[in-house]
Write a protein of this length. Structure first.
Length: 299
């Protein structure tokens, strides 16, 4: 195993043109793990999975992509749900995760850190509520202190935040531990409403991460290090919806650096290649309904 993803695995309730609702597996960490697996990166997911019918819906695509799920404790609590509203393809979310399998993720359920772990990916709503937020932070802090690069995709969902003050404090603590941080323009606007997104990204870089990536939807993306500031245009696509686009971008960016053995000290060529793969992966994802990231042969 190279990459361990820890964070929400839930079911998106996606509205259909005929007025029906289609349940589809998703969640930030789940989408990231699925993308990494499809891109040929040895990957594991660690998150409680319910024994209900939705739990099986979550596990099947991961198995098909070769993602290891033995670190996922099984739970009799229900699967968390994300009720999605689509406006011209842009997705907004309302979460129903009270007492869900993932929400009640306790430190006693934490798996041991695998000895061959090359990176830990966290982020999303798993950090916005309790007790799961404290559990993930504890694991991430321990992993970082043991020298495992922390990949932090902010993926802020205001609807899921229980305590804004504590949530901001948690983000600050984790940003200082992170190796690579990915944020969207929407994340930047939530963090600092009166500051330009690229300035917010630069402020995050100053906190300690080696790499900060800022995505801007149709305006493309930027990768920033102490020595580099590189831009990539968005790849044109006919948009079905935006579900999972940021997660597939983050996973493809990481996969490119790992395949090139450039995660520690990427040069401009490695960053350009990672941006190219990531923007292409995101374009494919938005062109398909729901979180359906590309396989390696599609790139």
């Amino acid at each position: 195993m190279s990459v361990l993803c820890m964070g929400e695995a839930l079911v998106d309730l996606v509205p259909q043109p005929d007025g029906s609702i289609r349940p589809q597996p998703g969640g930030g960490a789940w989408n990231t793990a699925l993308t990494l697996g499809r891109l040929g990166v040895a990957t594991s997911l660690a998150w409680p999975i319910s024994r209900d019918a939705y739990g099986a819906l979550l596990l099947a695509p991961l198995a098909a992509a070769g993602v290891e799920t033995s670190l996922c404790p099984r739970s009799n609590r229900p699967t968390a749900l994300a009720r999605i509203d689509l406006n011209s393809g842009d997705a907004t979310y309302r979460f129903d995760d009270e007492n869900s399998a993932g929400r009640i993720f306790l430190p006693a359920q934490l798996p041991p850190l695998p000895t061959d772990c090359r990176a830990l990916v966290i982020g999303g709503i798993s950090l916005a509520a309790e007790p799961c937020g404290s559990t993930v932070e504890q694991f991430a802090t321990d992993a970082s202190r043991r020298g495992i690069p922390l990949i932090f995709d902010l993926n802020i969902r205001p609807q899921a935040i229980q305590d804004k003050t504590e949530y901001r404090a948690r983000l600050d603590r984790l940003l200082t531990l992170s190796h690579l941080v990915k944020l969207s323009a929407e994340d930047a606007a939530w963090l600092a409403p009166d500051t330009a997104p690229d300035e917010t990204a630069a402020r995050i870089l100053a906190l300690g991460p080696r790499i900060v990536v800022l995505t801007r939807g149709a305006q493309g993306a930027m990768a920033m290090t102490r020595r580099h500031r590189l831009h990539a245009a968005a790849v044109p696509a006919t948009v079905a919806d935006s579900i999972g686009a940021g997660d597939s971008f983050n996973a493809a960016f990481l996969a490119s650096l790992l395949h090139g053995d450039a995660l520690d000290s990427p040069d401009s060529a490695a960053l350009t290649a990672a941006l190219t793969l990531a923007t292409t992966a995101a374009a494919i994802t938005v062109s398909r309904p729901g979180a359906d990231p590309p396989w390696a042969d599609e790139l």
